[in-house]
Structure formats: structure tokens, C-alpha cells
Design a protein around this ligand. Structure first.
Ligand SMILES: [Zn+2]
Length: 466
């Protein structure tokens, strides 16, 4: 924790202890009308199925929407049409240059000593194996760090197998440590002479459905094929290893890199009254992996943020600031749309009052975190108090803003995190099982209610979060 963070935390605690309506001397107070409207929106959201219905529409009418594909373009067209039919004041797109990658086929089997097929999926952006596949002995590492310290002589000519297990945690904290194997394993293995890599899926389920997700190839390493085994298949390999015999795998992965194509971030706005050139950003991403229909990742976020702005437009007095819903392109293959958005708007970052992102599935929101000026902490505390009625507590942590909106935070926009319960998120994440039937309507309403409070208060309180 840095000193400035510590100061903020101490200051925040002091404000929480004072009366709810306390405010800093140089900041405007929260008006009663803002608070009353936020309550009204919260209660109305609990009866609204707009978010649920939008998600049903996106996942049914478009379905999977891999970054750079024809399906992502269909999702962009869907979003523009929806924003327009909902009656947003401004609907527009901004171009994004997206690398296009395609999965063609994927197969794996144990050749010896216990010949049998394995269930795998190519990691996103994986290189292909040579035509006909590769056959090699596996060399096993429990973690990415073990591979890092491995002797190249042990790796050369082999297929690396990393078996680390992701831990289940409410806030997904098990993901970061485990995902190193997926993101960085391929280049590390290739530098040591491996011919391919397979990892245990970065997921918490025990279904025979592998989890895809992006692999990052580093410039100085050959590009080798990278795949994830379903968790039961990783267990199977580990049981085989206990027999002490060398294990030979066959791996055949065919993929295609198809250069760069133009996609778009899609933006819908509800124009503010007295501060129309200041924005409250509601972020999510429109692309998904290709295996499921992207219901929890991140159709839910798209639907929640669109429905929240729509609700405010329909039933509340217009807030002072403009509400800007941004549906980012190509998040899954490396935050491509968000990085280009932040670059494009960095010079005008002063106009971005505050932002938040919905990209952690469709579980209920349980906590609220912020990264704002200490003088604005009393506003966040009031939001948390209003959300208390729907089970949300003030989180004892600094907000990061999420993967996409976090790009704007890096160039100076204050952010909040509406933290969702992610207990089962990584059972479904990046698998063929990420489908609409997993969505619980009541949770979508609760999300909308919390987002309505955040969005309305942030847009109608004229003080500075910076
Ligand atoms: Zn996502």
C-alpha cells in the first residue's frame, strides 16, 4: 500500500464514522432530490427485466461473438440498433483495429502408455501445430514459476504440462496467480525448446469442458501451440503420471491468423442537463469467446449497463452529467478496444468524471469500492448506504476499475468497483457452458438496482471525484 492510498483509507474511515450527510467544505452537498431519485430508481430496477431481456436478445440473436469475426460485427450492429430503439440521445461507434484469429480444429490424445482421447481447447490466439500435429513426451510442472526455473535440457523437444489449480474465491482472487500459466506459459516453454504446451484449465469446475482464454506470445520466443485440458482430463493425466512411466501425447491444433480488421466500440449516451460535457462511464465488452454464447462474459455487463442508463432515461429527472455507456470491442484478446479508446480520449480525460465496469458475470453485487478524491468519499458512502437495502456493503479496498475501464483509470479517471459475487463465475468462464440458461433474473435486477444508484448519484452530484 502506498502512502497516498493509506491516507485515503484513513480519511475514508474517518468520514464513514461521521454523520451520513457530512461533506467536505469545498465540495457541494448531495441534494435530497438526488438521493430520493436514486432510491426510486433502485426500487424500480428490482421490478425490471430490461437487462435480462437484452441479454436474452444478444445471446440468442447473435450468440458467440469472437473478436474480429463476422459475429463481432453482428454484435456491433445489434448494439447500435438496440441503443437506437431504446431511444438513447446519442448513438455512435468509434473504429478499433482488431487482430483476427480463428480456431479451425483441436484434438489431443495419450499415445502411450494408456492410449485414450483427451478433451482440450486451443487457447485464444494459439499458433497451429504442424499439419498432422505433434507427438512428444510430456514434462510436468506444478506451476508457471516451476517452469520458469526449469532446466532447458528437461524441456527441449517435449510438450510442457502445467497443472496448477485455480482456487475458488468470491472475488475471483484465485484467477490472477493461476492465469500466469495460460498467458505466459507458451513463450516460457518455447524459449526452453518445448514443441507445445497444455495447461490445466483456468477454472473452478469439474466438467469435461475446457476453458479457453488468451495466450500472450512474447517477441523473443518461437510461437508454439497452446491448449487447455478440461479439469477432469488434467486430473487423468496426473493419475497417469503417478504410475511413473513416460507419457506421450499427440496434439493437433489448427488455427489461423488473418491479419487486422476494423471493428468498433459502440457508445450510447443520455445527455446531461447542466454538465453535458462531463461523463459518467458505464463499461463492459461486446465480444466473447467462441465456445459459448458469452452470457456471463460479458453479455451480462452489456445488458446491465445498457438497461441502467435506459431506466434513468425513462423514469428519472435528467441528471446533470452525461451518462456514457461504452461497449468495448475485442476485450478477450488483449483489451484491444479499451486500450484504443483510452488512447483516443486521454487528452480529454478531464471530461471523464468517473467510471465503472460490469465484467464479472451475473452474480449479485455484494460490495462497493472506490478510487476517488478523499473529498468525494462521502458521496461513495451515501451510494453504499443506498445499496445497503439490496445487500451491498462498503468494500475495504481500492477500486481498480476493471480490465477495460481500468485503461481510463490509468490515464486519470476516478473509478468505482461494483463487486459481484463470483463464486461460480469461473465454473463457466470461457467455456461452452457460458450460456443464457445460467442467468438468474433476480440477480440481473439486483445488479441494475445497484448500478442505478451509482450512475444516478455520480451523474447528478456536481462535485469532483478527482
Ligand atoms: Zn470479460
Amino acid at each position: 500500500m502506498t502512502i497516498s492510498r493509506l491516507t485515503k483509507a484513513v480519511f475514508g474511515a474517518a468520514l464513514i464514522a461521521s454523520t451520513p450527510l457530512a461533506f467536505a467544505a469545498d465540495q457541494p452537498a448531495l441534494e435530497d432530490s438526488t438521493i430520493e431519485t436514486a432510491k426510486m430508481l433502485r426500487d424500480a430496477a428490482l421490478k425490471s427485466d430490461v437487462a435480462y431481456d437484452l441479454l436474452e436478445s444478444l445471446t440468442t440473436e447473435v450468440g458467440p461473438r469472437l473478436a474480429g469475426s463476422v459475429k463481432e460485427q453482428e454484435a456491433i450492429d445489434w448494439a447500435v440498433a438496440k441503443f437506437k430503439s431504446l431511444g438513447f440521445d446519442k448513438v455512435y461507434t468509434e473504429p478499433v483495429q482488431v487482430p483476427k484469429w480463428e480456431r479451425i480444429s483441436e484434438a489431443a490424445s495419450v499415445v502411450a502408455p494408456f492410449a485414450q482421447p483427451l478433451t482440450i481447447t486451443a487457447l485464444g490466439k494459439s499458433a497451429a501445430t504442424p499439419e498432422g500435429g505433434v507427438t512428444a513426451e510430456i514434462v510436468h510442472y506444478a506451476t508457471f514459476e516451476d517452469l520458469q526455473s526449469a532446466n532447458p535440457d528437461d524441456v527441449n523437444g517435449k510438450i510442457v504440462f502445467i497443472s496448477n489449480r485455480m482456487e475458488r474465491k468470491i472475488d475471483g482472487a484465485g484467477y490472477g496467480p493461476a492465469v500466469q500459466a495460460r498467458g505466459r506459459g507458451a513463450s516460457e516453454a518455447a524459449r526452453k525448446g518445448a514443441v507445445a504446451i497444455v495447461i490445466r484449465s483456468i477454472g473452478t469446475d469439474s466438467h469435461r469442458l475446457p476453458h479457453t482464454g488468451g495466450v500472450n506470445y512474447e517477441e523473443d520466443a518461437p510461437r508454439i501451440a497452446a491448449a487447455a485440458l478440461s479439469n477432469p482430463d488434467a486430473d487423468q493425466l496426473e493419475r497417469m503420471m503417478k504410475r511413473g512411466l513416460p507419457i506421450t501425447l499427440h496434439l493437433d491444433i489448427q488455427t489461423k491468423d488473418l491479419g487486422t480488421v476494423e471493428m468498433a466500440n459502440v457508445i450510447g449516451e443520455i445527455t446531461g442537463t447542466t454538465l453535458p460535457n462531463e461523463y459518467v462511464v458505464l463499461g463492459s465488452h461486446l465480444d466473447s469467446w467462441d465456445l459459448g454464447t458469452g452470457a456471463v462474459d460479458d453479455g451480462a455487463g452489456v445488458a446491465i449497463t445498457m438497461a441502467t442508463a435506459d431506466l434513468i432515461k425513462r423514469i428519472a429527472p435528467r441528471p446533470k452529467r452525461t451518462i456514457r455507456v461504452v461497449l468495448f470491442s475485442a476485450e478477450e484478446i488483449g483489451l484491444v478496444g479499451a486500450r484504443q479508446y483510452a488512447e483516443r480520449h486521454a487528452a480529454n480525460i478531464e471530461e471523464f468524471a468517473i467510471g465503472a465496469e460490469s465484467d464479472f458475470g451475473a452474480g449479485p453485487i455484494w460490495a462497493l469500492a472506490s478510487r476517488v478524491n478523499p473529498d468525494a468519499t462521502f458521496v461513495v458512502d451515501k451510494m453504499a448506504q443506498l445499496m445497503g437495502a439490496i445487500g451491498v456493503v462498503r468494500a475495504d479496498r481500492i477500486a481498480g476499475g476493471g480490465p477495460d475501464v481500468g485503461q481510463l483509470a490509468r490515464v486519470g479517471m476516478p473509478v468505482m468497483d461494483l463487486l459481484q459475487n463470483g463464486d461460480d463465475y469461473f465454473d463457466l468462464h470461457h467455456t461452452a457452458d457460458d450460456t443464457f440458461d445460467k442467468i438468474i433474473p433476480e440477480n440481473m435486477r439486483q445488479n441494475m438496482a445497484a448500478w442505478a444508484v451509482f450512475t444516478y448519484v455520480a451523474a447528478d452530484w456536481p462535485g469532483s471525484f478527482k
